[in-house]
Structures are given as structure tokens and as C-alpha cells.
Design a protein around this ligand. Structure first.
Ligand code: ADP
Ligand code: ZN
Ligand code: ZN
Length: 756
């Protein structure tokens, strides 16, 4: 052992175990394991009578204590990089999340199996026995060329800009690449080596030909700023890249990644899951070849593990993925990009309730790296970061290809009647606009945030609304399979009854409009049009991309869908976007409802007119004077931000305060309420003696949806302008959870996003 041992001090290791314990447990490090039981390594320990695999979080000298058990062995195979261990520990502490659960997020999938409680350790052997295809990679050398012809010089310059690339990729890009590479190799300007091909279905996708575009002036400014910040001697920096839809943010990201590569720094890029389409991936592949790990939901655990192992080994230095890619084991991480940073999918709403956007800043900064938060409709949190000087704002004010922003018309449903369908939610104006678009052989997107056929089912005899027996939620009628009433919060399903259970009336009315019904109504009204639907009932995973492909190839005339249609798809022949009911998003009981509605409207409007023909957008509403609608119609993001920030400040809502939401549930209503009351008292007691009004504790109150899956839900809302006061209160609640009956579940949600 390198450290001399006095009588009392011994080596101790804090080990995160894959069980919901709040903290890591401390074990003795036997002398023979001192060299290998380092942070990030997986170790076998005893817990009670069981043996269990954990991950070492920290190692330290400490006093010898009776009863501390030793680590039994250090496991071979994978380990977490040390910087990731530090990050995970800080994340767990910030969110008051069990360290073992957070470590799980960072482990590759295959190892999650091994990390389960085991009797004997299943030693993990990496990719053993799996045959991998070898492909040729071309690498530039340090040699300076003397005089070579223009063709080879171009290929060489390309290679130097991008780093190593597979030969096949160069063949896609340059005619006669194979011969050119041979020549360059003879001159000593490149080397060729065999590498394992990564098994990922997306590698089979046809690769776009890469066109490096001459940047627009604002793009250049942004690229220069990011390049300067990436220089190793510079400290950590956060950027807000505010660019209108179609302004070329992706091109800025691509250049920043190339610059990071040049500096031998790795990149993580987070995108909403829905944006992880072959279209985006092809753009990255075209630029960087197979040097990009794409962590998408279509990967098998095996493929995911392959990616993880390559990133961990430093063979691949760019990872793109949804939320969870935040934990990618990138070597020498220097750049973390969050595209569509306002998107609420970056917040995990179960298990460890972390916000990947907030943690992206931490992850980048821990390594003196750069964090870029990009959006056309930045979140108020990020805007406030820029205003307070904690982030640098970069602006791309115009669309890159000089297309005009679509014209937005507000359709006042109080004044405009229904079109020929007789349904007032397909107004005459919208109906005519669809007709015109069809006649011009262009495409329409219709956005409606309700799936199913009819969102509510009511007895006209007694007024009773059909609701879920397990949840306080109205049932939605889905027409498929002959009419089923379904709960969107649990698995409950029942056939549509012929008579009311309560009053026996047969007058059962279907109320409201869902995407399924909209599709049906349109197919009757426009019998010659091809209509497709995109929502969770028809499309998951690869099917989403299939629907979008059909739209892209102009097979589809009208696309109907939920939020799925609002995301950053580039569909050049869409010239009309209709928002069926802009008010739905505004009526949600959440202080972010206006912000969410505004973002939704601007994003969906951004789908129109991305090709050569200008687009138009019709927004139907009963509330045309609402500021979210008015500013969205003018594409006035800054105007909206000003107004909304003023409102938030007045009410002391985030970003001018911090919040925590404590969610409590159990099968017994009274028990839940009492447990919540106990936690609320703990929070209030924590503030006693401090400054008055430093902490607001609201509750216990029933949740807006008071019962889900037969569990009664209560909550406490905490708010404070002081991070410290809020922390004190949440820690007090966390400590009090131990006093509650075991059947009561508590989730502490720090910086909550979804308030339902
Ligand atoms: P955003 O991510 O901001 O919505 P994209 O990066 O998808 O925008 O770019 C929108 C379109 O503009 C794409 O078709 C892209 O190829 C094109 N584009 C981007 N930058 C340029 C440029 N400098 N010159 C010409 N076209 C560009
Ligand atoms: Zn009835
Ligand atoms: Zn239900």
C-alpha cells in the first residue's frame, strides 16, 4: 500500500448500490484492492446476507470503525470514468435522488443486468464472442504535402477537417476516392487501418452528400464565438443560441463540434427524442462519418452497449441522443449542446426527476467546457440566464435560405362559423385554405392536441360524464376496435355503453374533437386527399419516421397530429399549418401554460413554408387577444418574453424564484393527506426563525388529478427566491419521509416542469 497506515486510519470507499438508498454506503478497502478499487470501478460487496455489485463513488482515508465490512473484489470489465462519477454524485445530491439510481442511469444497459442483486458476480466480458465486421478507416498524418493535384488535395483537406473517416464515406463524397487514398497513402499523407464496424441500424441509412454551406453573417459570428470559447485555456461558458426556425442552428452546431474535434475535445448533443430521425442523423453522418454515436430508442441493449464501450474507450467522441445521452462516457468532454432546449422532454418525470438541460450546464462546466442551449423559442429560465450575465446570447435573426416567415392569421372562432363539414372546429376559413392548398398540390399540417375520437362521453339524460373507475379522469372514446372508452392515465378500457348506467337513458353524446375524429371528418370532406395521422396511438419509434417519409415524398396531402407534428421536422412542401384549437394549451392549470402555448404555436408555425413557396398559418381560437396568441402571430418572441417575464416577476414565479413539488400518494386518501401534512409541517418548521416570507409552503392540497390507478395524490408546493431556503426545506422533507407509513410514496421534484 502506498499510503503509510497508522494505527487508526484505514482506506474507505463510498459505494453506490443499485437499490433506493439515499446515500452511498461505506466499505473498507482491503490493502490488496487499494490500487484497483478506485472511483468508477464496480465492486462486489456484502449487504446483510446478500452479495451485491456497486460502483465506487469516492475513496478516502478514515478512522477505523468496528463493523465496517470490506469490499470483496473489484470487477473486471467496464467502469465509469471518474469525471462522470463526480457528476453523478452532484446530480444525486441536487435532486435528493438515491445515488444508486443515478449511477444506474450512467451504466450501459448490459451492465444494468449485472448490477442487479446477485448471489455471485456475473463478471462482465466485453463484446466477447461477438463477431464484428472490419472496415477500412483513413487517417490523415502530420506530414506536410509538397505538391499534389487538386483532387487529392481536396480529399486531404476534407480529411484533415473531419479527422479519421471510413473509406466508404470518402467514396460517397469523392469520385475515385479509393485510388486517391492509395496515392495519398504512398505519399505518406494518410494511413489506413482496419476498425470494427459499429452495429447500429442507422449506419445502414443512405448518407446524404455533405454540403458545407458558406455561413450567413450571424452564423459566422456564432461560430466564431463558440470556437473562441472552446479554446482549452478558456473557462466554462454557457451560450444561448436563439435562432428562428430554419435559421441554420444545426450548421452552427456542426461547426462547433468540428472545432471541438480539432481540439481533441468530445461532444454530447441532446435533442428531443422525436428529433432523432434519420434525417438529422444523416446530416451528422455526412459531416463526421461513423465518428458519431447516436443513442436512440431503436437500439437493442447490445447495440447500446457497443456504443457505450466505444465512447468509453475514446474511439468515438461525439454522442447524440435524447435526455439520457447526458450520461454518455465521453472522453475529454468539451462541448455539450442542447437543441430545442425549451422542450419539456428534457425533464425526466419519473424515477430520478432530473432536468437534462440544467444538468448539461453542470456537466460542461465541471470540465471547463462549453454548453450551448439552442432554440427558436428559448425557455424563460435560459433567457434569464442570459440576462443575468450567466450565459452569452447569440442570435440568428433570419431564416438561412432567405425564405420568408409564414404569415399567421388568427381565426376568431366567436365570429367565424363552420365550413361545409358543419363542425365549427373546421372553420370556413380553414376549410377554404385546405381546399386551396390541395388545389395547388401543396401540403397541410393540422395540429390538434387531443388524441382519440371524442375526449368526453356524456349522458344527455342525467349529465353524467363517463370517467375512469381508477382515476379522476374522463374517458376518451377511441373508435378503433368498434368504439372503446379508454383512460389516458391507466390501462382501463371498456366498450361504449348503449345506455347510461345511472339513469338508463340511451342518449349518449360524444363531445369534443380528437385527432381520430378530425382525420375521419376530413376524409369525408376531402375524399380525394391522402390523409395521414401522427399521434401516440398510431405511431411509435420507426413508424413516426415512416409517416414523415410519406409526407416528405409528397404521398400525403394532409397530416393530422398532436405535438408530434410541431417538432423540428423539415418538410419543404408544407405551405399550410392549421392550429385547430389554440386555447387547449392555455387552459392547463400551470404557470407555464402561456409559455408552453406560445412555444407550441411558434414551433408549429415554423413547419410552414420551409421550401420555396411561402407558408401560411391559421390559428383558431376563442381568445384572440391572449398575449401568447398575439405575439406568436407576429413571430415576436422577444415581445412575448418581455411580457411573460414581467408577469412572472410580479407573481414571483420561476425564473424569479425556485420551486419544489412534493408528490405524495397511497391507496388510502386519509393516510395520504396526513402524510402530506406531516411533510408540510417539516418544511414550515425548517423556515422557523428565518426571515419571514423567505419560503412559501402551499399545501397539502389534492393534486389536479386527485386519483390515478386508485392511488390518492396530494402535494406540497414550495417556492422561494432563495436557493438556500428551498434547499433547507426540501432536506427537512427528505429527512421526514422516514416517519411515514411504508405504503406512502413520496417524490420530491426539484425545479418541477410538469405540474399535473
Ligand atoms: P434550424 O436548426 O435553425 O431550424 P437548420 O439548420 O435545419 O435550421 O437549417 C434550415 C435550412 O437552411 C436547412 O435546409 C439548411 O440546409 C439551410 N441552411 C443552413 N445554413 C445555411 C447557409 N449558411 N446557407 C444556405 N442554407 C443554409
Ligand atoms: Zn344518465
Ligand atoms: Zn384510469
Amino acid at each position: 500500500m502506498s499510503v503509510s497506515e497508522t494505527a487508526e486510519t484505514v482506506m474507505l470507499a463510498d459505494v453506490a448500490l443499485p437499490i433506493p438508498l439515499p446515500r452511498a454506503l461505506t466499505y473498507l478497502v482491503p490493502e490488496k484492492l487499494a490500487a484497483t478499487a478506485t472511483p468508477g470501478r464496480r465492486v462486489l460487496c456484502t449487504l446483510g446476507t446478500r452479495r451485491i455489485v456497486g460502483v465506487v463513488i469516492a475513496v478516502r482515508q478514515g478512522e477505523k470503525q468496528e463493523g465496517k465490512k470490506p469490499i470483496l473484489s473489484v470487477l473486471a470489465g467496464i467502469s465509469l470514468p471518474e469525471d462522470l462519477v463526480v457528476f453523478v454524485a452532484r446530480l444525486a445530491s441536487y435532486y435528493l435522488a438515491p445515488i444508486g439510481e443515478v449511477v444506474r442511469l450512467a451504466l450501459p444497459p448490459a451492465d444494468k443486468e449485472a448490477a442487479r442483486v446477485v448471489e455471485e458476480p456475473t463478471l462482465f466480458s466485453e463484446a466477447k464472442g461477438i463477431s464484428v465486421r472490419q472496415v477500412q478507416w483513413v487517417l490523415p498524418t502530420e506530414l506536410v504535402e509538397t505538391s499534389i493535384k487538386a483532387g487529392p488535395a481536396r480529399l486531404l483537406a476534407y480529411l484533415r477537417a473531419h479527422g479519421a473517416l471510413p473509406l466508404s464515406r470518402l467514396e460517397d463524397q469523392f469520385g475515385g476516392a479509393r485510388a486517391t487514398v492509395k496515392k495519398l497513402r504512398e505519399l505518406g499523407l494518410v494511413t489506413v487501418e482496419e476498425r470494427d464496424a459499429i452495429r447500429d441500424p442507422f449506419f445502414m441509412e443512405p448518407i446524404l452528400r455533405d454540403t458545407e454551406l458558406a455561413p450567413t453573417a450571424p452564423q459566422q459570428v456564432a461560430m466564431d464565438a463558440l470556437a473562441a470559447a472552446l479554446a482549452p485555456e478558456r473557462g466554462p461558458t454557457t451560450f444561448l443560441l436563439h435562432g428562428v426556425t430554419g435559421s441554420g442552428k444545426t450548421e452552427v452546431y456542426l461547426r462547433a463540434i468540428a472545432e471541438a474535434k480539432r481540439l481533441h475535445r468530445g461532444t454530447i448533443m441532446l435533442v428531443p427524442e422525436i428529433a432523432l430521425t434519420p434525417q438529422l442523423i444523416s446530416r451528422f453522418r455526412a459531416r463526421f462519418g461513423d465518428d458519431v454515436a447516436v443513442l436512440h430508442s431503436g437500439l437493442t441493449p447490445r447495440e447500446r452497449f457497443d456504443m457505450w464501450a466505444r465512447l468509453r474507450a475514446g474511439e468515438v467522441d461525439v454522442a447524440i441522443g435524447a435526455r439520457s445521452a447526458l450520461f454518455a462516457p465521453i472522453r475529454a468532454l468539451g462541448l455539450v449542446i442542447v437543441d430545442e432546449e425549451h422542450d419539456s422532454s428534457f425533464k425526466q418525470e419519473e424515477g430520478v426527476r432530473y432536468h437534462a438541460r440544467d444538468m448539461a450546464i453542470l456537466r460542461a462546466h465541471m470540465l471547463s467546457g462549453v454548453c450551448v442551449l439552442g432554440s427558436a423559442t428559448p425557455s424563460l429560465e435560459t433567457v434569464q440566464l442570459a440576462r443575468s450575465g450567466k450565459a452569452t446570447k447569440l442570435v440568428l435573426p433570419d431564416r438561412a435560405r432567405a425564405q420568408e416567415m409564414p404569415r399567421v392569421h388568427i381565426v376568431d372562432l366567436r365570429a367565424i362559423g363552420p365550413g361545409p363539414t358543419g363542425d365549427k372546429r373546421i372553420s370556413l376559413l380553414l376549410h377554404r385554405a385546405i381546399e386551396e392548398t390541395l388545389a395547388a398540390k401543396e401540403q397541410t399540417i393540422l395540429f390538434l392536441n387531443r388524441r382519440g375520437f371524442a375526449p368526453s362521453i356524456r349522458c344527455e339524460g342525467c349529465g353524467e360524464l363517463a370517467s375512469c373507475p381508477n382515476c379522476t379522469v374522463a374517458l376518451t372514446l377511441h373508435k378503433k376496435k368498434g368504439g372503446t372508452m379508454r383512460c389516458h392515465w391507466c390501462d382501463y378500457e371498456a366498450p361504449l355503453p348503449l345506455r347510461c348506467k345511472k339513469c338508463d337513458s340511451d342518449r349518449i353524446a360524444l363531445e369534443g374533437l380528437g385527432t381520430e375524429k378530425l382525420e375521419e371528418t376530413l376524409s369525408v370532406a376531402f375524399p380525394n386527399a391522402v390523409i395521414a395521422r401522427l399521434d401516440r396511438d398510431v405511431a411509435t419509434g420507426k413508424q413516426i419516421e415512416k409517416v414523415l417519409d410519406r409526407v416528405r415524398s409528397r404521398e400525403v396531402d394532409i397530416l393530422v397530429g398532436t405535438q408530434m407534428v410541431t417538432k423540428g421536422h423539415d418538410l419543404p412542401f408544407v405551405t399550410l399549418v392549421g392550429v385547430i384549437n389554440a386555447d387547449a394549451a392555455l387552459s392547463i392549470p400551470d404557470f407555464r401554460a402561456s409559455e408552453r402555448a406560445f412555444q407550441l404555436l411558434v414551433q408549429v408555425a415554423g413547419r410552414a413554408g420551409r421550401g420555396d413557396t411561402p407558408g401560411r398559418v391559421l390559428v383558431q381560437t376563442y381568445d384572440p387577444d391572449h398575449h401568447a396568441i398575439k405575439y406568436a402571430a407576429k413571430h415576436d418572441v422577444n415581445g412575448f418574453i418581455e411580457r411573460e417575464l414581467r408577469d412572472r416577476k410580479e407573481l414571483a414565479y420561476p425564473p424569479f424564484s425556485r420551486m419544489a413539488l412534493v408528490r405524495v400518494d397511497s391507496l388510502d386518501e386519509k393516510e395520504t393527506q396526513e402524510a402530506t401534512a406531516l411533510l408540510a409541517r417539516a418544511a414550515r418548521d425548517s423556515a422557523r426563525g428565518g426571515e419571514p416570507f423567505a419560503l412559501t409552503v402551499l399545501g397539502p392540497t389534492p393534486a389536479p388529478i386527485a386519483k390515478v390507478r386508485n392511488r390518492f395524490r396530494f402535494r406540497i408546493m414550495l417556492r422561494s427566491t432563495s436557493r438556500e431556503h428551498l434547499r433547507k426545506a426540501t432536506l427537512a422533507i427528505h429527512a421526514a419521509v422516514g416517519q411515514l407509513p411504508r405504503a406512502v410514496r413520496v417524490a420530491i421534484d426539484i425545479d418541477p416542469v410538469g405540474l399535473l
